[in-house]
Structures are given as structure tokens and as C-alpha cells.
Design a protein around this ligand. Structure first.
Ligand code: NAD
Length: 292
């Protein structure tokens, strides 16, 4: 056994000569590609080009949100790709200003108009905004959209265990996933544990900590050993822990690099060394306090 281990545990399509994208089966049986493409800060006019590169590289899942202001561009990118609707998994999110039952239904319609789609794969409440006290009503609107067949799965983002407990007590449908900030410098163990116990998948946003941890000598050593980059090593660490990831880049080569992580495996030593980079270091706001 070499220092950081190596064997392939993902499927390789021998005919097409490609790795097969692993999928996570959500608690309602819908499957989501484990690697998706985040499009925060990619504006409408560059979306088709950049998302086109992502499709070319093999991504089939796009993570957008109404607040990113690029849902039109995402819809256009799907049309331009020539891919069939069912070949692409599309996520969008309900923004804070649109929370509430009627507001959420209207915001969903507006997102769908911009995307130009007749169904969505996954719709999330973007932040709990606990002081607004509207996330239960918003969730009930998402349940309605789900039961009407307008969205294949519904979930949340930035929810803390106490927010999830409220949904469990007051609502019928369990969120399929919780999209939270998660990277080596911020591993939200308490939330992850709650979600694991309750069959709610974890989707990591800012999975690369926006590059903040790339300088770590530990990552450099592991990356060099595998002939991979620190970004690839971090993303692989997420995959091996079962998380869904949505790395973002506007650079063609990095977009391809971030999905090229199925052909190596980190051993226990490497996994533990990366896990030891926990530093309680947030990129975004704390959901317990975040209001607007
Ligand atoms: P990320 O961790 O994916 O980092 C993206 C940045 O890292 C890029 O802009 C680039 O500067 C750098 N980078 C990417 N690939 C690289 C590579 N291979 N080598 C070197 N540098 C590289 O951060 P993110 O964009 O914040 O998060 C990803 C996605 O998560 C977003 O696009 C969005 O879809 C989602 N997100 C959701 C929330 C939420 O509240 N739900 C918040 C933030 C982000």
C-alpha cells in the first residue's frame, strides 16, 4: 500500500472510455449527480458559454438561485447545449424576500419563467431567516409545488438542526437535502450528524472554500502524490464522505479539473489529514444570525 493509497471505486464505461458520474439517491428516491456545477456570480450573458463548458466537461447538474440573477442564462445554456431536459438536473432557490406561502408560489413561477422550464428538479429555501418566522409557510408552498408535480424534490439550505426540527414537527414532507457551507476549514459536524440520522443528504456549498485553503502544505503533499491539484483533492475528500458538491469556476480548464476526480482514491491517512484542517472558518454568514 502506498502512502496515500490508490484504487478505483467508481465505474468506468469501457465503451465510451469515460467515468460514470456517481449519483446520490435522495430520500424520495430521486437521484442527483454527486458533482454539480455552482453558478453563483456567473451572470446572464456569460452563462451560456461557461455552462456550455461545464456540459462539455460532463457536468449534468446546475445549482442556481433567483438571487444569482442568472436563471435566464441557465435556461438558455440548457437550450444551447442540445441536451434533453431529462438529462440535466436543475436546482434553484427561494430568496429571503419571497418567503411566505403565496410569495413562495409566485417566486417559483417567476423562476420557472426565467429558466423556461416546465418542471424543476430541486427547489430549496435559500436561508431559514429565523426572525422572519416564515420558513414553515414557505415550506408548505414547496410541499404544494411538490405534490402538484412541478418540482421533483424539495429541500433546504443553511438550515440548522433546530430549524429542521420545526419542519419535522409542523410539516409533512421531509427535505431531501440541506445545502450548507462545507469545506475542510468548516465542517459542520453537528448539522451533518443530524442530517445523516434523519436521511437528509448534505450538499456542500463553497466546497473549495473559494480557494482559501489551497495553500495548506498537507493538501500540497497529497496532491503531489496523486498528481492532482489541491482543488481536486478537496473535492475527492467530499465525494468519499458521501457529500454532493457544487464547485464553481468560470475558467474552462478549472471547470474540467473539478470534475476529473473519479480516477483516484484518498486513503484513510489522507482523509484524516484533510479533516484535521477544520478551523471553524466561515466563508458566508452564520445562518443563526443571518437576516435580511
Ligand atoms: P467554491 O468553493 O466552489 O469556490 C469557487 C472559487 O474557487 C472560484 O471562483 C475560483 O476562484 C476558485 N476555484 C474553483 N476551482 C478552482 C480550481 N480548480 N483551482 C483553483 N481555484 C479554483 O465557492 P462558491 O462559488 O461560493 O460555491 C459553489 C456554489 O455553491 C456556488 O456557485 C453556488 O451555486 C453555491 N452556493 C450556495 C450558497 C447558499 O447559501 N446556498 C452560498 C454560496 C454558494
Amino acid at each position: 500500500m502506498h502512502k496515500f493509497g490508490h484504487h478505483d471505486d467508481y465505474e468506468h464505461d469501457k465503451v465510451q472510455g469515460k467515468w460514470i458520474m456517481p449519483e446520490v439517491k435522495l430520500n424520495n428516491k430521486v437521484k442527483i449527480p454527486q458533482i454539480g456545477f455552482g453558478v453563483y456570480k456567473i451572470d446572464d450573458h456569460e452563462a451560456s458559454k461557461v455552462i456550455g463548458w461545464a456540459f462539455e466537461a460532463g457536468y449534468r447538474s446546475i445549482d442556481t438561485a433567483s438571487v444569482y440573477g442568472n436563471e435566464k442564462g441557465v435556461g438558455q445554456a440548457i437550450v444551447d447545449s442540445g441536451l434533453k431536459r431529462e438529462e440535466v438536473f436543475v436546482t434553484s432557490k427561494l430568496w429571503n424576500d419571497d418567503q411566505g406561502y403565496d410569495e413562495a408560489l409566485r417566486a417559483f413561477d417567476s423562476s420557472m419563467d426565467k429558466l423556461g422550464l416546465d418542471y424543476l428538479d430541486l427547489y430549496l429555501i435559500h436561508w431559514p431567516n429565523p426572525d422572519q418566522q416564515k420558513y414553515v409557510d414557505s415550506w408548505k408552498a414547496l410541499e404544494k409545488l411538490y405534490s402538484d408535480g412541478r418540482v421533483r424534490a424539495i429541500g433546504v439550505s443553511n438550515f440548522l438542526p433546530q430549524n429542521l426540527d420545526v419542519l419535522a414537527n409542523e410539516c409533512d414532507v421531509k427535505p431531501v437535502l440541506n445545502q450548507i457551507e462545507y469545506h475542510p476549514a468548516l465542517q459542520q459536524v453537528e448539522i451533518a450528524h443530524y442530517c445523516f440520522e434523519n436521511d437528509i443528504a448534505i450538499e456542500a456549498w463553497s466546497p473549495l472554500a473559494r480557494g482559501e485553503v489551497f495553500n495548506s502544505p498537507v493538501l500540497a503533499e497529497i496532491a503531489e502524490w496523486h498528481d492532482k491539484t489541491p482543488a481536486q483533492v478537496i473535492l475527492r475528500w467530499h465525494l468519499q464522505q458521501g457529500r454532493i458538491i457544487i464547485p464553481k469556476s468560470s475558467n474552462k480548464q478549472r471547470i474540467a479539473e473539478n470534475i476529473d476526480i473519479l480516477d483516484f482514491e484518498l486513503n484513510l491517512d489522507a482523509m484524516e489529514n484533510i479533516t484535521a484542517l477544520e478551523a471553524g472558518q466561515r466563508i458566508g454568514p452564520d445562518p443563526a444570525a443571518y437576516q435580511r
